[in-house]
Design a protein around this ligand. Sequence first.
Ligand code: ZN
Length: 560
Amino acid sequence: MFADPSAKYTKQYQRVALPDRQWPDREIEKAPTWSSVDLRDGNQALPSPMSVVQKRNYFDMLKQIGFKDIEIGFPSASQPDFDFVRSLADSHAIPDDMRVGVLSQMNEDQISRTIESVRGIKNPTIHLYLGTSEQFRKIVLHKTKKEIVEMVLAGVEMVRRKTADMKGQNWGLEFSPEHFTQSDMKDVVKICNEVVKAWRPTKDRPLIINLPATVEVCTPNVYADMIEWFCRHVENRENVVVSVHPHNDRGTGVAAAEMAMLAGADRVEGCLFGGGERTGNADPMILALNMYVQGVAPNLDFSKMEEIISTYEDCTGMKVPPRYPYAGELVSMAFSGSHQDAVNKALAALQGEKWDVPYIPMDPNDIGRSRDGIIGVNSQSGKGGVAFVMEQNFGLKLPKEIQKDFAQIVQPATEEKGGVLSPKQLWDLFEATYLNDPSAAIRYVSHEICGKDKSQKVDLTLQVGEQEVRISGTGNGVVEATIDAFKGKVDVDFFQQNAMGTGTNAKAAAFASLAVKTDEESVFGVGIDEDTAAAPIKAVISGVNRAVKKGRLTLVDLGL
Ligand SMILES: [Zn+2]
């Protein structure tokens, strides 16, 4: 049993007083600057960090998605990171409109090496950080508040001095008060205002103040209050880029990022698919698509989601879970019968560009996926879902009578497979049931028809076991004539023929419900053929075969 938690844990944050908070009434109306920290925070947290080649593939993907701000490594801490940053610089892989960040600790050697790594890059940001929470200051750094301020200013001064003579590069500074949410806001704003004074930011000399939820310790509204409070108290606000870096320890990193955007954050750092230390960072893909489905342009492009997932998985060795927002393979699939029915109706009623489909917030086409996958077939799927997949994927419109029959075959098959049937698996099941059962007793070989309309004669050549057998029948139309050839052991109680597909690939699909005279129960058969006369013959043979398989008719009954 759980022990009393209050004996062990206590709140790790202090709320700021903000009775006139503005953020709750705002809406997200424009995209922030998205900063990917996949190649630094994300990479450092991988059980097997990326190679230089993998990092380059990942970088190219981020560029293609549209990130204009990418943290590319921690070059003073790792030789592979240094080599990677140099390789980007030397191969001119970084476009002129992109800013790239490199993380550095505060000592002189590390800052020198960090600056060396980005020599020649047009828009480099040197990212300094220092823990500002009381916990970190006392337990890890053993510094007074005054000493912390001095350390930060010394670091900023080193960057300023060492980059002063490096012309042609648009140097930016980023400072992160690490453990921001666990810090005293008054201390943080004091340190940051000193940094503002020391760096003297302008539009061409940016200063990013990044406020991380290094560990997520509070609800997103508490974080938003801190961000709004900070925005009100930081000096030279118009020239300071307020950035957030929410981790996801409580599972609310995305919500924290969104509320922080409402509270004034100009820039959001994050990792795709929630990469990063422990539970990872807020995911810019989710944030961007949350905006997109509200009709707000996110300025990131996820239209090639499959490629993005595959590059991500190849480079990181991680997997995107099937229920992951937007990207998971199951998220735009409706399984339950009532959901499928509603989705079917809404898809049929769609007009123009507007998307208005219950249960499915985003058109799968927008991320490069087919709408065909919306209806998944599992044991909960009704006949409507089965019919939808058959029509969407194969152009085969099943009459209601057959839908019900086939659904009864699909249900145990999904249960047996313990999950979902793909459209292909569903087709294979349909084919093995009605069209080409490998265990069928009777096989169609060929036919000839003479006479017409009310008195047609059908000569059939069939394969029965090892033997080829010829039988004939007459009747009102091909269906009756075929039944007559089988000694009239069945009656037709339903027959329908549709076109399947269009143009030169069109085929005839015939559906027959046959009442077996020995037990008065119906059996369904389906025949598909390019020849419109062969399709109904095959439908009757299909039904007869199914009755034989179930032991309701014998070959002797049929005169075979
Ligand atoms: Zn982080």
